[in-house]
Design a protein around this ligand. Structure first.
Ligand SMILES: Nc1ncnc2c1ncn2[C@@H]1O[C@H](COP(=O)(O)OP(=O)(O)O)[C@@H](O)[C@H]1O
Ligand SMILES: [Mg+2]
Length: 220
């Protein structure tokens, strides 16, 4: 199973006048792609960091497969259960594209010999050429870097993928390719994919579209 459930989750930043996330109860199930849309400042990134266990709710509970994150080893949860695709790519600048994708697998104990072909296949899947795999991230365009970040996030075995605007720098064809990859992971391999997006193409392709407003989450 790979399910996240929220029970009356509220998060208030220190000294903030009001909650960034306010009283959210919902369930994110495996096998589905969820899109979250909403204006800037409505709490989307805060919600993702609560789902990723980067912060714990001020009130309420986030549970992974029924276990409250408050009681889990969060380093392990983040390493083994969650993949994050950030708006900023967070690629390691001094590693090649190939090394960037191999690195998280090696952290999880995969040998370099096994990591390389898997990384190569993932990178090819997002349209990165063999020649580009040997480059440093600074020698790629913004869209190419974003696709490398997506391949890297797919390298772990985590079945929950959290994305903050993962297609923000991509053109139509590459956006469609990423949508296809995320939908097939959800529909064929039972991943739970939760994507914050401004992209209507992504929102329309999702199984469930949700809207955030003033810290509250509703079905769109
Ligand atoms: N580190 C922080 N400290 C205080 N307030 C924050 C912090 N991060 C975000 N906020 C506030 O929380 C609210 C929600 O922000 P955020 O989750 O980033 O929204 P979104 O991702 O939808 O743009 C905003 O009012 C924002 O100013
Ligand atoms: Mg944000």
């Amino acid at each position: 199973m790979s399910t996240l459930s929220l029970e009356n989750v509220t998060y208030t930043y220190k000294n903030a006048p009001r909650a960034a996330v306010s009283g959210i109860s919902c369930k994110f199930e495996e096998g589905k792609v969820y899109a979250i849309v909403g204006p800037s400042g409505s709490g989307k990134s805060t919600l993702l960091s609560l789902l990723a266990g980067l912060d714990l709710p001020t009130k309420g509970e986030v549970a992974f497969d029924g276990d409250s994150l408050a009681g889990l080893n969060l380093d392990r949860y983040r390493r083994e259960s969650i993949s994050m695709i950030f708006q900023a790519f967070h690629l390691f600048p001094l590693m090649t594209v190939m090394e960037n994708v191999c690195f998280p697998m090696e952290l999880c104990g995969v040998t370099p010999k096994d990591a390389k072909p898997r990384a190569s296949a993932l990178l090819e899947g997002v349209g990165i050429t063999k020649e580009q795999m040997g480059r440093f991230p600074s020698k790629l365009s913004g869209g190419e870097r974003q696709r490398v970040a997506i391949a890297r996030s797919l390298a772990s075995n985590a079945k929950i993928i959290l994305g903050d605007e993962p297609t923000g720098n991509l053109d139509g064809a590459n956006t469609q390719n990423i949508i296809d990859i995320l939908c097939s992971l959800a529909h064929e391999k039972d991943y739970c994919v939760i994507i914050v997006t401004h992209d209507m193409e992504v929102a329309e392709a999702a199984d469930v579209a949700l809207r955030m407003r003033d810290g509250e989450l509703r079905i769109a």
